[in-house]
Design a protein around this ligand. Sequence first.
Ligand code: 13P
Length: 255
Amino acid sequence: MARRPMVAGNWKMYKTAGEGAILTQNIDPLVADFWEDVEVVVCPPFTALKSVSTVIELDRLKMGLGAQDVHWEDEGAFTGAIAPRMLVDLRCDYVIVGHSERREYFGETDETVNKKAHAVFAANMVPIVCVGESLAVREAEETEAFVRGQVRAAVEGLSAEQAARLVIAYEPVWAIGTGRTPTPEGANDVCRSIRATVGAVFGQPAAISVRVLYGGSVKPENASMFFAEPDIDGALVGGAALDAASFASIVQAAR
Ligand code: 13P
């Protein structure tokens, strides 16, 4: 079965609750014709999840909702943290796990990424696991080995059925917010290697089903080149997801 492309917007630390609701309402009419072909997901900051979720529900939008992080415990004395069941309560479908900004600034490790991936599945949501190499790793020509290691660590102990539903976003750290990107062929090589890693651990059906997104300076101008690649199933979009028209034209390119 063909994989359904996904375009997910990672809003990072932008948009208040009110601004997020308006952005969601503005995106919807621009993408409504494409939802059967492309799964559209928005990932607002925690404080805007409720308002965006309410817009999605009341206006019956065909849009998925994702959070940008989660704790792996069900509850407990973890000041500032958010539990999976709190996100389920707000009707989240997805959680971004292991974004390079979480790894760089907030101490996320391969081990916590794996714990979070398990916790997200246990709560009946789906993790969007982020992997990607730094410029130093790229210059040392160790990209594929490095990314394969991140993937293996992230998926350890998952079931084949979970791996098949997983979303993995390949985001080279040096391409995030910089306007620089790998070539589409180069990005596809890494995405193919990610898929092969899932296949080596869980078998061919999981490799065929797992969705692998590209992320890092995806814009309306370059999106279709990435989407033309066979192992790239969509995009995780940062800056361009904050503008309804830009985000919608990336969704359109993914059809
Ligand atoms: P940009 O699209 O702004 O480069 O961000 C990519 C990203 O980090 C998405 O998670």
